[in-house]
Structures are given as structure tokens and as C-alpha cells.
Write a protein that binds this ligand. Structure first.
Ligand code: DGL
Length: 267
């Protein structure tokens, strides 16, 4: 494996760009290839078979076409469902967005009542529960599927009254449980943070995985001696279907720090 090859990152759409932004910040000397599977978004209500098929096809495309040295699943739904088959199938390291959360909770014993929001599939998988209970069986977890958040965000409606209405609907039952922290268990949700903050009392800590995952990636690259040593770094964005909103959002969130957006058909 060549350490100067890019890191492959994928998500169902634009949500994983919140992870890519954190990765670019933490690892400015690395190259990235990002795929937004805009032809299949949302993943949150698809079958397990479909999600494993999408995740495997996108990963194979990253490995075969771009010779990536590592795959990052920048999607909680695909992390919850497809991480095991991907790890078994591919020789390159495969990182997911859920596992690194253990770093945070190992350190922070004050958090006892945790709210988790995510897609139907992520909540149904109980991936966060399994991880958190293994660290502390006493912890109390309250989870809530928020199936309309991803379509709202993909449509660019994060500041529209519909986003406020649905935030109230989804978050209120968790707030009533006196949670200490809220995990944004979907990489799209940080885009709604401003709206979410309006409903969540300030004493509740809001946790998203982008920062934690990027530190974890840095550590992993170092341990595996995979840190890039070439001076030429680029970020390329690929989508599986044309989306004007994806392009506009990518320019804003990444501050134009990428070279182009191309449409691919790996399926
Ligand atoms: N960003 C994906 C996640 O973290 C969104 C899933 C979807 O497409 O429904 O789960």
C-alpha cells in the first residue's frame, strides 16, 4: 500500500462533507477522494442488503480507480450496517464514524443519560447502545429516529420552518428525559446544528463524530505508517447523480478547497 495515495471517504450524500471538512482541517497534508451517493440518498430507510451493496460498490470504486490507502465510512447508517463486510472484504484499513466515539465516552464519566438521534436504520441497529453499554452498563440511553432530517438537509431546507417544526417534534421527547448529552448519530445533522441548538437547553452537550473521527484517523495513519509524505495534496469530489445543491453546499462548507466535482457511475 502506498502511503502517498489519497484517503477514500463516502456518504449517501452531502452529510459526509461535515466529516471531510474536519479531516481536511486535522490532516492538511493528505489527499481525499469523496463520494456522495446522491443517486441513492437517503440510506436511512433502505434495506441492509441495499446498503451493503452501495457501500461495497463505492469502496471497490475507490480502491480500484483511485488506489486509496484507507476507506472512511462518513455515514452512520453505512457504518452501523456495512462496516463488518467492508473490513472483511478490503485489504485497506476501513474506519467508521461510530467506533471512535468510545474515545470520548471512556474519558467522560459525567455523562449518564444520553440521547441519540439518527436514521431509522442507525437507531434500529442499536450500534451506539452496544458501544456505550460495553463502556458503562449503568448508562441510560434514549434514542429517536429522525427520518425527515436527511431529506430536509439534502433539499437545502435546514433554515426553513419545516426544519424547526421537525426538530421540535423529534427532540422534545429526548429533552423530557433529562439527557446530559445528545449524540448527532448522522453526519448530516451537524448541518442542522443551529436549529437544533434553539431547542436543546445549553447544559446538554451536543456531540458529533467529525472531530473525534479525524483525531482517530490521524492516530491510525501514524500507527500504520501511512502518513502522506508527498507535497502534492488534492481533494476530489464525486457524486453518483447530478445535484446543484450538493455542488453549492460543497463550495461553502469546504471553502472551495477541492479541485472538481465529477459524476460517476460505479453501479
Ligand atoms: N449521513 C448519513 C448518516 O450518517 C445519512 C443517512 C441517509 O442517507 O439516510 O447516517
Amino acid at each position: 500500500m502506498n502511503k502517498n495515495m489519497p484517503i477514500g471517504v463516502f456518504d449517501s450524500g452531502l452529510g459526509g462533507l461535515t466529516v471531510l471538512r474536519a479531516l481536511q482541517k486535522k490532516l492538511p497534508n493528505e489527499s481525499f477522494i469523496y463520494i456522495g451517493d446522491t443517486a441513492h440518498v437517503p440510506y436511512g430507510n433502505k434495506s441492509e442488503t441495499a446498503i451493503i451493496n452501495y457501500a461495497t460498490t463505492l469502496s471497490a470504486f475507490l480502491v480500484d480507480m483511485y488506489k486509496v490507502k484507507m476507506i472512511i465510512i462518513a455515514c452512520n447508517t453505512a457504518s452501523a450496517i456495512a462496516v463488518k463486510p467492508l473490513k472483511e472484504y478490503f485489504k485497506v484499513p476501513v474506519l467508521d464514524v461510530i467506533t471512535p466515539m468510545q474515545k470520548l465516552f471512556k474519558k467522560n464519566n459525567n455523562i449518564q443519560r444520553i440521547g441519540i438521534i439518527g436514521t431509522h436504520n442507525t437507531i434500529k441497529s442499536k450500534s451506539y447502545e452496544k458501544l456505550l453499554f460495553s463502556l458503562n452498563p449503568e448508562i441510560q440511553i434514549f434514542s429517536q429516529a429522525c427520518p425527515l432530517f436527511v431529506p430536509i438537509i439534502e433539499e437545502g431546507l435546514e433554515n426553513h420552518p419545516i426544519a424547526k417544526l421537525m426538530s421540535k417534534e423529534y427532540l422534545f421527547p429526548l429533552i423530557e428525559q433529562n439527557i446530559d448529552a445528545l449524540i448527532l448519530g448522522c453526519t448530516h445533522y451537524p448541518i442542522l446544528k443551529k436549529t437544533i441548538n434553539r431547542f436543546i437547553p445549553p447544559e446538554i452537550e451536543i456531540i458529533d463524530s467529525a472531530e473525534i473521527l479525524s483525531s482517530y484517523t490521524k492516530q491510525h495513519l501514524k500507527q500504520q505508517e501511512l502518513t502522506n509524505s508527498s507535497p502534492n495534496v488534492t481533494t476530489r469530489l464525486l457524486v453518483t447523480d447530478a445535484s446543484d445543491h450538493f455542488n453549492q453546499f460543497a463550495r461553502n462548507i469546504l471553502n472551495n478547497n477541492f479541485c472538481n466535482i465529477a459524476i460517476i457511475n460505479p453501479f
